[in-house]
Design a protein around this ligand. Structure first.
Ligand SMILES: [Mg+2]
Length: 198
């Protein structure tokens, strides 16, 4: 019986924070992109990219429902749990600190910071896992449609059984917010479906 691989994106899936990527243009102007905006950024010759602002977590707030699923998967003995983020490698220790702070056994979670916003790069990392032959089921949770599509294609190609791919944002409609977020639900905005990490 194969194991279950559970892969979670970090930004806007497990947590919301204020990190950004800085792009310095040849004329000296500087633009800032959130990790979500950066997915749609097309490199232009002469642009200088700075990822260092994504090494740290600024004012992280957990997306409670997805975080709950994450914690549940971590405690499941047959599941391997990965956080797969486009953030730079330096962000791994910040994310581990957050896990530790929240009481999650850090050694039970593999944090992969791949320093790339390309959906194919995320899919490739999951493929490396699949090729070990350990997994029969994969669950991938990401707020970005392009990442989800890339991984869905990959799972189809490998004929992974019972693969489930979720889009947290599509689930978090205004109608079901209070049900999903319970007492942590203070308003109609999905982004409020979080609680502050002290
Ligand atoms: Mg994301």
């Amino acid at each position: 019986m194969g194991r279950f691989l559970s892969v979670f994106d970090f930004d806007d899936t497990l947590a919301v924070s204020h990190g950004y990527i800085e792009v310095k243009k040849p004329d000296g102007t500087v633009k800032r992109y959130t990790s979500e905006e950066y997915v749609h950024y097309s490199p232009v010759s002469g642009d200088a990219l700075h990822f260092s602002h994504l090494n740290d977590l600024h004012n992280p707030r957990l997306v409670t429902r997805v975080w709950g699923e994450f914690v549940s998967d971590v405690s499941h003995p047959d599941r391997d749990v990965v956080i797969l983020t486009s953030r730079p490698r330096g962000a791994s220790s910040s994310i581990r600190k957050l896990l530790h702070h929240m009481g999650v056994p850090v050694h039970m979670v593999e944090v992969m910071a791949i320093e790339s916003g390309r959906p194919q790069d995320k899919a490739r990392r999951i493929e490396e896992k699949i090729l070990t032959g350990k997994y029969k089921q994969v669950r991938f949770i990401d707020d970005n449609h392009r990442n989800v599509e890339a991984v869905r294609e990959l799972l189809d190609a490998h004929e992974i059984v019972s693969a489930s791919v979720h889009l947290p944002h599509s689930e978090l409609t205004v109608e079901n917010l209070s049900e999903v977020c319970g007492e942590h639900f203070p308003s109609d905005e999905w982004a409020e479906c979080v609680f502050l990490v002290p």
